[in-house]
Write a protein that binds this ligand. Structure first.
Ligand code: PLP
Length: 395
């Protein structure tokens, strides 16, 4: 039995999305910009996918832009808002310390170009404070970018409240909703966002395709010059089969929210309860305001990388943080942002489950992790120091 508990890194494609991808690849090979009927059939599929996604987000199809994924959507939203800001001499951006690197590295690029960036504290619980955000808004604030749910610790941010504050101060607002999609209902009007990013492979769709919602087309500046695709805002022949499969996956996952939410929350809670029985273990991120499928803990005295490898050997796929930071020796910027000291942040484990997991798998994860943590601690010099009192416990 192999247990997949790394759905925040990527999900297995749903059967319906695979079928859609194959059938559209086989039958609709036309270029949607071609005038002949084969091309027009692809154009129709493209239109239908756009309409379907717009409906699911309570948006209109003219506000849906297809991109290559979450990273591109984040880049496009932030750079678009920056362009817009420059025209009004607004060069200040507010974001948080624990955004995805697609956001952080983009605002860092803008900092090098003369923008000023305020990084909001996310506190120990991993949730931004709306009043702190409001106090950070200035006359020259061009954009607020706050993720809907964090990809490492799963904490859910008060997006609708932030939307109201941004509206009141007439500041553009972007949210990276990549981790929220398919788990939480997304209504762009209720959230009050100007831009919202999605990525298909996080909700059962194919990799390499995503969405940028923009409240107003004039708020979008192109990153990729080329043909007139995507309302002239993104050149390049559309990946119609992938886009159509993404629409199918989004519909399916949104329709399943009702039935899977409670079940996944129950498994998550059992997992948290079981793992916290391991001594000197702490949960990362707010207990309540978190995604149904996210568990993230730190075990004192061990290395997350060794833990992952041993879990993998025992048939459990997990992560020590985001896929992008694993492999590097730097501890996760998210765990540092919630105030975990370096030595604790190194011993982190993220398990991201969904409706495909079962209660039996959860019990297996708990027993195997308990066993592996004990084994690693028995070999760890740091743990030995802690046991013998040469070093004080942090957790
Ligand atoms: C995965 C992820 C992204 C990047 O999406 P890609 O489609 O892989 O480029 C951006 N933001 C968050 C929060 C993510 O989890």
């Amino acid at each position: 039995m192999y247990i997949y508990a790394d759905n925040a890194a990527t999900t297995k494609m749903s059967a319906a999305a695979i079928n859609e991808l194959i059938s559209k690849t086989t039958e609709e090979y036309g270029n949607p910009s071609s005038l002949h009927s084969i091309g027009q059939k692809a154009a129709e599929t493209l239109f239908n996918a756009r309409k379907m996604i717009a409906d699911l987000l309570s948006a209109t199809e003219k506000n849906i832009f297809f991109t290559s994924g979450g990273s591109e959507s984040d880049n496009m939203a932030i750079l678009s808002a920056a362009e817009h800001g420059k025209k009004k001499n607004k060069r200040h951006i507010i974001t948080t310390e624990f955004e995805h690197h697609a956001v952080l590295h983009t605002v860092e690029k803008l900092e090098r170009q003369g923008f000023e960036v305020t990084y909001l504290d996310v506190h120990e619980n991993g949730v931004v404070s709306v009043s702190e955000l409001e106090s950070a808004i200035r006359e020259d604030t061009a954009l607020v970018s706050v993720m809907y749910a964090n990809n490492e610790i799963g904490t859910v941010q008060p997006i609708a409240e932030i939307g109201k504050v941004c509206y009141k101060h007439k500041v553009l607002f972007h949210t990276d909703a990549v981790q929220a999609a398919g788990h939480l209902h997304i209504n762009v009007l209720e959230l009050g966002v100007d831009y919202l990013s999605l990525s298909a492979h996080k909700f059962g769709g194919p990799k390499g395709v995503g969405v940028l919602y923009a409240r107003n087309r004039s708020l979008v500046h192109s990153l990729i010059e080329g043909g007139a695709q995507e309302f002239g805002k993104r050149g390049g022949t559309e990946n119609v089969p992938a886009i159509s499969a993404m629409a199918v996956a989004l519909k399916e996952s949104c329709e399943n929210i009702e039935s899977s939410y409670g079940k996944v929350c129950q498994m998550r809670d059992r997992l948290i309860e079981g793992l916290l029985k391991i001594p000197h273990t702490v949960l990362n991120g707010d207990r309540i305001s978190r995604l149904p499928g996210n568990v993230n803990v730190c075990f004192e005295g061990i290395e997350g990388e060794s833990l992952l490898l041993m879990l993998d050997c025992k048939g459990i796929a997990a992560s020590s943080g985001s896929a992008c930071t694993s492999g590097s020796l730097e501890p996760s910027h998210v765990l540092l942002a919630i105030g975990r000291p370096h030595e604790i942040a190194h011993g982190s484990l993220r398990l991201s489950i969904n409706h495909e997991n079962t209660p039996d798998e959860i019990e297996k994860i708990i027993s195997v992790t308990t066993e592996v943590v004990e084994k690693l601690r028995s070999m760890s010099p740091v743990w030995d120091d802690l046991q013998k009192g040469r070093k004080a416990h942090v957790i």
